[in-house]
Design a protein around this ligand. Structure first.
Ligand code: NAD
Length: 349
């Protein structure tokens, strides 16, 4: 059925987009990937990859030309550290990307359009305790998302609904709950909790320093969904006739302290947690999967233990490579000093 469908994945240089390109190719789609940057950790499997800035309508029109289906994943985003500090930038960039991609899809008569929304649309007042009630899709209203990131997602959900009603563009809306896996950002400030935890535990293991920092008291709760389940859920939703927003996540609630312990168990080390000030987001958040099961006749399958093990292995390799590179560089500098040759530091300033 998917054979011959021409799909556009926006954000194909990012974590979910990169995996989605590969997944759609395996299902027989022809795929165009678009992003402002190439994927960081592995070459894209797309038939065609274009570097475009989707804040610009002209670039969106180019991206959607001769396309049957759009998977709209591009966004200026990151983990809590990033989202809680860049409200104006996130709102401006993501509103431009979302509105222009939708409008270009309409002009180019795209048949189906899937929008990547987020659990961040849910109101803050339902997420004030760690032992939260899982969030149902209708709980998004009355609206009070915590951050500008969530407000933009909510507005674009509405835009999808109106483009469907007014222009006949078949839209699908998926609300991801904390997707994680290999080949995602793991350092630099945009990484999310599972990747950050894997990096901290891997560093603890490889440097023999068991102390890892946790933002807040670690009792804030979340549920986490492995990338393979996310991909299958996306395709099932796109092929369905369901046009309302749908949660896509697991409904296993864990504290950040438990996430740290599970990661340490995968790494095979004992850790010491040091609690430090840092952005924590809402106090608790879980996905109610009643409608997901009902609509897709399916729900995520990969356990947190299994998904974390796969993610941890990849991140430990990245941390090891980075530590080796730093060691080599410091050895080179020491050698240069011994031989009296100026190293790059001497030229600084
Ligand atoms: P990501 O940051 O890895 O990927 C997003 C990509 O969009 C990046 O490669 C970025 O370069 C690209 N992009 C940003 N601005 C652009 C522009 N102007 N033009 C073209 N490309 C641009 O994020 P991800 O984790 O892969 O998330 C994909 C989508 O899913 C996003 O819309 C995100 O909001 C949503 N989402 C993700 C999660 C999660 O847990 N990963 C949770 C909820 C929602």
């Amino acid at each position: 059925m998917s054979r011959g469908i021409k799909a556009l994945v926006t954000g194909a240089g990012g974590f979910i987009g990169h995996h989605l390109v590969k997944y759609l190719k395996e299902q027989g789609y022809w795929v165009r990937g678009v992003d402002r940057k190439l994927p960081q950790y592995a070459a894209s499997g797309a038939d065609e990859f274009r570097l475009l800035d989707l804040r610009k309508l002209g670039d969106c029109v180019q991206a959607t030309r001769d396309i049957d289906e759009v998977y709209a994943l591009a966004a200026d985003m990151g983990g809590m550290g990033f989202i809680s500090q860049h409200h104006a930038r996130i709102l401006r960039n993501n509103l431009l990307i979302s509105t222009h991609t939708l409008e270009a899809a309409r002009r180019n008569r795209v048949q189906r359009y899937l929008y990547a929304s987020s659990a961040c649309v849910y109101p803050e007042y339902l997420q004030e305790r760690p032992e939260v009630t899982a969030l149902r899709e209708e709980d998004a209203y009355p609206a009070q998302p915590q951050d500008a990131y969530g407000w933009e997602k909510l507005v674009t959900e509405r835009a999808c609904q109106h483009f469907r009603e007014d222009y006949g563009l078949e839209t699908r809306i998926v609300r991801f709950h904390n997707i994680y896996g290999p080949l995602g950002t793991w350092q630099g400030g945009r990484e999310k909790a599972p990747a950050a935890m894997c990096r901290k535990v891997a560093s603890a293991k490889l440097t023999n320093n068991p102390v890892i920092e946790i933002w807040g008291d670690g009792e804030q709760t979340r549920s986490f969904c492995y990338i393979d389940d996310c991909l299958e859920g996306i395709e099932r939703l796109m092929r369905s006739d369901y046009a309302e927003p749908l949660n896509l996540g697991t409904d296993r609630l864990v504290t950040i302290n438990e996430l740290a312990d599970l990661t340490a168990a995968v790494a095979g080390i004992a850790i010491e947690k040091k609690y430090v000030a840092g952005p924590q987001g809402v106090r608790g958040r879980n996905s109610d999967n009643t409608r997901l099961r009902d609509v897709l006749q399916w729900e995520p399958q990969v356990s947190l233990e299994e998904g974390l093990a796969r993610t941890y292995r990849w991140i430990e390799d990245q941390v090891r490579l980075q530590l080796n590179r730093k060691l080599l560089a410091s050895q080179r500098r020491a050698k240069a000093r011994r031989h009296g040759t100026p190293d790059e530091q001497s030229f600084a300033g």
